[in-house]
Design a binder for this molecule. Structure first.
Ligand code: 3PG
Length: 390
């Protein structure tokens, strides 16, 4: 694919697919990270004499105009981050775009207000293409969706990847495509069922998989360990055993918690106890990995050159079950800062945990993507990337 450097943008309208699907509370953007990360692309387009027309979705309005999902709410933050005025167009048309000043930044209303967006209807792709001269996709985090504004329009115009898209693809390729080895993948989260494709792909690519969160319970139970009242997909015991056997076959080590933090209730400040993984009381549930497990993960990081992380090790949103995730993240961050480790993380929960632990800035790379990061790690082709044929 092309980058912005390959394109002549002078005097051109550059349709720029961005992902500004940001959290909003009481009509205000509460986390501007995704808006900050598209700034280099927008300023680059402007400095090359192009007029950026931003296309984006917001929430899941199901093909209907839903007032609370209007992208208008993002305008003040966009203006603040970009340091310039942003023109909002509810119903974009080429004449109005052409009439806007040359250095204008235009934001178009939520693409998902039309049912044609998610259906990737050629009529919508053609309409979007009629609004611009060049298509730039800077929405890596929406690249797993084959929609009119991500793939359909890309097929109709000269196209390129934006700065963030190129940065994401470069960082992920470095972490999993051609990494410095050994590579450790930290895979957490509640359910194995949502991570089967991920584990299947990682077994072929990484040297160690650290399994944490509720997922680990299913693996422990599959070994015949009584996990008490823990979240556990007992019906996936065979699958977990198959994954473990396949990993052993391929020389990929799977690391499960040695000790765990348990409680009788899942609530803030619940009375917690650390026990060996084999000693979970029958009326308790596992809510975090224990300090021995964290030390073990630290040793694995010591031997590694690259860590790629998706999913928390425990129920980090509720204290005191944040400890393993925060401690392992801190270790990884320190080793990164010392120049000993390349660390890449992605996924909504993971990034929230790293932010809460105050270490996100010390990782080598934090992806802006949730679902797209996961699908990329699963080895899937992302349609939004595949459509960037140049
Ligand atoms: C995200 O927030 O991960 C992206 O914006 C994609 O949103 P979606 O899952 O609603 O397609």
């Amino acid at each position: 694919w092309n980058t912005l450097d390959d394109m002549d943008l002078s005097g051109k309208v550059v349709l720029t697919r961005v992902d500004i699907n940001v959290p909003v509370e009481d009509g205000k953007v509460t986390d501007a990270t995704r808006i900050e990360r598209i700034k280099p692309t927008i300023t680059d387009i402007l400095s090359k004499g192009g007029k950026p027309v931003l296309l984006a979705h917001f929430g899941r309005p199901k093909g209907q105009p839903v007032p609370e999902m209007s992208l208008r709410v993002t305008v003040p933050t966009l203006e603040q981050v970009l340091g310039r005025e942003v023109t909002f167009m509810e119903r974009p048309d080429r004449a109005a775009i052409d009439a806007a000043p040359d250095d204008a930044v235009i934001l178009v209303e939520n693409t998902r207000f039309s049912p044609m967006e998610e259906a990737n209807d050629p009529k919508m792709a053609q309409f979007l293409a009629s609004l611009g001269d060049v298509f730039c996709n800077d929405a890596f985090s929406a690249a797993h969706r084959a929609h009119a504004s991500t793939t359909g329009v890309a097929e109709l115009l000269p196209n390129c990847a934006g700065r963030l898209m190129a940065e994401e693809l470069g960082a992920l390729e470095k972490a999993l495509g051609s990494p410095d080895r050994p590579v450790v993948a930290v895979v957490g989260g509640a359910k194995v069922s949502t991570k089967l494709d991920l584990l299947g792909n990682l077994i072929d690519k990484v040297d160690v998989i650290v399994i944490g969160g509720g997922m680990a319970n299913t693996f422990l139970a599959a070994q015949g360990i009584d996990v008490g009242k823990s979240l556990c997909e007992h019906d996936l015991a065979d699958t977990a055993r198959e994954i473990a056997a396949k990993a052993a076959d391929k020389g990929c080590e799977i690391l499960l918690p040695r000790d765990v933090v348990v409680a009788k209730e899942f609530k803030a400040g619940a009375e917690a106890q650390t026990v060996m993984a084999g000693d979970v009381p029958s009326d308790a549930m596992i809510l975090d990995a224990g300090p021995d497990s964290v030390a073990h993960i630290g040793q694995v990081f010591e031997r590694a050159k690259t860590v790629i992380w998706n999913g928390p090790l425990g129920a980090f949103e509720i204290e005191p079950f944040h400890k393993a995730t925060f401690a392992a993240a801190k270790t990884a961050a320190e080793m990164t800062q010392a120049g000993d480790l390349i660390t890449v993380a992605g996924g909504g929960d993971t990034v929230a945990a790293l932010n809460q632990a105050g270490v996100a800035g010390d990782f080598t790379y934090i992806s802006s993507a949730g679902g797209a990061f996961l699908e990329w790690m699963e080895g899937k082709t992302l349609p939004g990337v595949a459509a960037l044929g140049g």
